[in-house]
Design a binder for this molecule. Sequence first.
Ligand SMILES: [Zn+2]
Ligand SMILES: [Zn+2]
Length: 347
Amino acid sequence: MQPLYDISDIAPLFRAAFAAAVVGVIHAIISAVESPRTDSATLEEIPMLTTDWHLHTRNSCDCREGAVPITMAGTVADIEAAGIRDYGITDHLHTPYNLPDIADSRREFDCLPPASHRHFGIEVSSVSHWELEEIATGRYAAPVYGLRDGGPANAAPAIGLTTEDIAHYGIEYVVGGTHWPLYVPLERQAVIRDYHRQNLFLACHPLVTIVAHPWWWMGHWQEADGAYRTDPWFDDFRRIPPSMHDEFAAAAREHGKAVEINLHAMLLNQQYPAAFKRHYCEYLAGLQAAGVPLSLGSDHHAQHHRYAEYEGLTHQDQHRPSAFDTAVAMLADVGIYDRDLWRLPGS
Ligand SMILES: [Zn+2]
Ligand SMILES: [Zn+2]
């Protein structure tokens, strides 16, 4: 086939201009192709976490007794100094007994200067219908953590938050977590089945935005030195059947929920074995690969630590959340990066 033109026939000056134009086009193509790579390389060289959708202020029931005297304004200043650009406050609500804490939190939040990157959320627990009804009778003096004994095994799960509460307190998103077994025997298989059941309940609940810290455990089976080494899944996270993870991922994806990467309660929890945490990160990567958005939550408790610090590890540079660098590296190892994480729509 005859070429449209032959460059050897073109006058030398025109040929030079043509060659320069070709080089320019090639440069443009190369820089267009390379610039995303340069951006991601920069992000990976300076890994930072920029969101935090799960943290507790001094109004949360589990913060009131703590040793760090810090207001919500102080907590917020620490968060922003650590480089977090989008975040929300999520104090605890186990049952309606905790609503005065949420009212206090909302009042203090409203005293902060308005900012579009700061949000008012809440962390609810999976509790039982049985305890909500019991507490509503007014017969219990101070059911701060609901009623953790006495209910029917495998009680129907519930959350203590209503659509009216969400409107009344201006709650922008709801983090929902499994925090305890619902009256089943403290036996490995029973607890695994019950936690899976509660995680699925939260993943399907219309008021829940983010399922918090799946497979977090506290209490029974803790050893004298504070560590967890055996049941219910700390000797080997793979004891939980993969079919449960598949079912949970499908429920979260189909109901449009995010699932949380929790720093202090899971990845940085010094009471959990390192091997467990490695497998847990692989589990999170599996959720991401299954199309589930992952959100980041420090689970900071304002009265127990300064932000981004934990036992034995404090700020080395006030602009770098040093305790979080460990988590960033753990996540990068399984292919999870800040740029891919969930953000509150519109933030
Ligand atoms: Zn929680
Ligand atoms: Zn929490």
